[in-house]
Design a protein around this ligand. Sequence first.
Ligand code: GLA
Length: 669
Amino acid sequence: MPRPAFAHDGIAFGCDYNPEQWDRDVWDEDIRLMREAGVDLVALNIFGWSHIEPRPGEFAFEALDDILGRLHAAGIAVNLGTGTASTPAWLTTRHPEILPMAEDGTRRYPGGRQAWCPSSPAYRAASLRLVEAVAERYGTHPAVTLWHVSNELGCHNALCYCDDSAAAFRVWLADRYGDIATLNRAWGTAFWSQTYGEWDEILPPRAALSARNPGQLLDFHRFSSDAVRSQYRAEAEVLRRMSDVPVTTNFMVTAHIENMDYWTWADEMDVIANDHYLDHRLGDPVSELAFAADLSRGLAEGAPWMLMEHSTGAVNWQPLNLAKDPGQLVRNSLTHVARGADAVCFFQWRASVQGAEKFHSAMLPHAGTDSALWREVVELGRIVEDLREVAGSRVVAEMAMVFSWESWWAADTECRPSHALGYLDQVHATYAALHSLGLTVDVVRPGADLSAYRLVVVPGLHLVRAAEAAVLVDWVVAGGTAVVTFSSGIVDEEDRVWAGGYTGPFREMLGIHVEEFAPVAPGVDLALTDGSRATLWSERLRATTATALAAFADGPAAGSAALTRNAWGEGTAYYIATLLDPAALRAVLAEAADAAGVAPAATTDAPAGVVDLVRRRGDDASYLFVINPSAHPVTVDVRGHEIVTATTIEDALVVPAGTARVVREETVS
Ligand code: GLA
């Protein structure tokens, strides 16, 4: 049966709303101000469990009834939480076995949130009883247009090492491997006398005195992602049985939740929803924002998706929580919309005055409505409303980048060539270079159909199955241009090295023979023969059929090729054997994009990397998004109707410093 789609008039504008933190006399003001800001979708009951089930099996829905009714009367739709994200005190007091166990065998106590083991039968039973009660009460409520299962599933509790988890892990392994001999082979337990004779001998990879079995660690990641997903499935199953409203949960696709392989989750969502927060600990947080948005669209297979949470200003959980600059709220929001988001929502509506998040920004700040932040929120609401015609249109990219959670887990394992470099470092550096070239990038899973693309970039795809590699190789043979970076094609699905020269199943296509990794210490600069600089990584490799475009001029791999290009079939495959500095990486990717005929969505007078350009295409029009974070105006070669300022653009579009514009183009190109 086809699943219900999330239906909303235009682009949704909204927030998490936690009315339980406030007296009811505040609620009327909340709703009045929500209407003033243009809020038309709020997420309720996200952390509601102890309010709606104050004692075991005793439900108290009066307050939730009241606020749902008030929101509905005001024309504000509700994205209703199942309320299972954070357990009430009575539950973990009665069932302490629900509390998650860390890898050292110590329990984590309640007092924060998400203090539950994903494999706990007691948690599962109690949570589903709650979901049944919520679905029964609100499954046909006219305000409810979306179900919000739990909250950021796996954010804190993905990896639990308790006995319930051990039992579930064994069941999962038996299902995967069938017999213990197959598991022993898969995990390479011949090493260090680790061979298992019985399933009961297997434990989660609890803290050990030395490095643990990497095959076991990898499978524990897979199991844990599946265990958390099974909680989603169980809740969604109850909701779908009792209600026709579409179901989703909020993902957190990059820097913060490493433990969910969302490629295996995406099909279960009626709409993809993502939460994104700028992380100022990263080198280029704005490019990471764009990457997360492109990855969200990838999970949605190109369909519109929802930005379920972001912040109006500072968060509260980084060491230094930066406020947004004037104009940044609009720019960040439209960066998501440009990349396919049909919802712009925030955590949260009214800034809390108590609790761990009291210093987190909100739509309505502590300062109240007499504040620049509130005025920006209202302005953003107006822009989102004006962009209603954009809803439903899609981004069309000519190039893709491959992203893999399994590679992240496998590459960043305990014993590896260099701890100075992780999987995400390569992904972010590569994406940042593409972003600075102004290229529109689809993010795809390993093995995805590549036929729509002319250029495919593969950063550090450490773990690759033969069949996944074959898709890329066949696509290159048929004429595609690929750029593969080091640490790709290192292990198979069982974390077994593809021996015979690194890059394994990509080796022939790349026309190289990599003999040895030669990482270098942080702070050591490597020179290449073409004048480029690089850091952290080199390899001893020789070109077999490839042309060496540059070699290492110094360092432990001096004389080896560092950058190669191989003609393969009708196509071309580049290989980058080091972490190039940003300018050099940009130059290589620019050459590949040029060769493949891939260009930015429009031309501008701004230097490369200054302005973000993305096109969404609808049935009747196309929309060019231009985001200019720089301190200077930029001019873009586009004609049509500019929606943010309601202006006709006859000649060229001038985008003032720090602003964002959206042009409905005259023709669908
Ligand atoms: C996550 C959670 C929210 C809130 C925000 C704060 O996204 O889903 O409940 O804690 O972080 O940034």
